[in-house]
Ligand binder design. Structure first.
Ligand SMILES: O=C(O)CCC(=O)C(=O)O
Length: 360
């Protein structure tokens, strides 16, 4: 039995799910549609992307079997998350907690760098990683095309680099939470944050909980995908832009804030798998001259991915992780909203660390 502070997560605005674009990656206008979605929301649902349902079904089944093991076995197989490994309720080392357990893995060299995982889970993780790496590369090509730059420019930062890149895979398991905080709040599964890398592919089982923050400051729920029928060979994936992409495009594409509310008692467990595509640690990150207009000022000072990552690991999830790299004198980014209004239910905002929940 463990104890964690019960973090309240305000309910999202009920503005429907239509705000989240859905892009058919095989359609003729896919490049423009992807670039538009990345400019406006920073997040989209993809269809016809080529990741087969058999691959995600296998990963989900093996991951659920892993999470069903006794806590000590999970720790013995993966090591305690620092930050890679198996973690439960604590996220990172700076005080972030959530109603979840997870596996956080480096998959940079085409393999999962934890050899003691069950071989079937390891094989499923490797097959999934190969499929979503390919998908990420394809989407990065489409984004480049949509921005009017060389198709290989962004893909080359993550996929197929000789010196390697920084790819991570995170498998999150959110069991139903037996406690209900008062008011219009749920329990935080994963607190609000933006991801630091370039791109990510998120896949979840058919459960609700994920919310994203729109440019106008409203939090909206991302509708759970329906379970594909047995005749559907593809799974459903969502793609997200990250901090590095925001910098590379001088704010044209935006990194989206997101969070997860834990399932309530009686609901199904949520399982999500996220592939994070980042560049090599020595990669210099700065606005790409190819995307800048003549005379346009850079909004960010140049940094290496390694430098940014070290800084990000010292922060808490909800911190504004780019502030140390922003050039304040520059004009506001084209895609970043200067208004950052409070969430809908500000009276419920974290961290009210006084309530304590018991978790198995
Ligand atoms: O579980 C989810 O759907 C999202 C989790 C997430 O944002 C993360 O692991 O960085």
């Amino acid at each position: 039995m463990d104890q964690i502070p019960l973090m309240r997560c305000p309910k999202a605005n009920n503005v429907g799910h239509a705000a989240i674009p859905c892009v058919d990656l095989s359609a003729p206008g896919a490049a423009a549609a992807v670039a538009d979605a990345c400019r406006s929301v920073g997040f989209f649902r993809a269809i016809n992307h080529g990741v087969r349902a058999a691959i995600t079904d296998a990963l989900e089944a093996h991951a659920m079997a892993f999470f069903a093991l006794p806590a000590q076995d999970k720790l013995d197989m993966s090591g305690a998350a620092r930050p890679l490994g198996y973690g439960s309720k604590t996220i990172g080392s700076n005080g972030d907690v959530g109603w979840l357990e997870y596996l956080f893995l480096s998959v940079s060299s085409n393999s999962v760098e934890i050899s003691s995982l069950p071989p079937s889970l390891r094989a499923a993780l490797e097959a999934y990683t190969a499929a979503v790496r390919e998908l990420s590369g394809r989407v990065l090509e489409l984004i480049a095309e949509g921005l009017g730059v060389d198709r290989g420019l962004l893909r080359g930062l993550v996929v197929g680099r000789e010196e390697g890149s920084d790819e991570l895979l995170r498998v999150n398991h959110y069991p139903p939470c037996p406690l209900r905080p008062p008011g219009e709040c749920g329990v935080t599964g994963f607190g609000e944050h933006t991801d630091p890398q370039i791109i990510s592919v998120l896949r979840s089982n058919c459960t609700a909980g994920l919310q994203i923050k729109l440019r106008d400051g409203r939090w909206v729920p991302v509708s759970p995908t329906r379970k594909p029928s047995s005749s559907t060979s593809e799974t459903r994936c969502r793609l997200q832009m990250h901090i590095c992409m925001q910098v590379l495009t001088n704010g044209r594409l935006r990194s989206v804030k997101h969070r997860v509310v834990a399932p309530e008692a009686g609901a199904h467990s949520r399982l999500s798998v996220i592939y994070f595509g980042g560049p090599a640690p020595s990669q210099r990150i700065a606005p790409l001259p190819e995307v800048m207009r003549e005379g346009e000022q850079s909004l960010y000072r140049e940094f290496t991915w390694g430098e940014y990552k070290r800084a990000a690991y010292k922060t808490r999830l909800a911190d504004h992780r780019l502030s140390a790299f922003e050039l304040r004198a520059a004009t506001q980014p084209p895609a970043a909203s200067s208004a950052d209004p409070q969430p809908h239910c500000s009276s419920c905002m974290q961290p009210p660390q006084q309530q304590v929940a018991k978790v198995h």
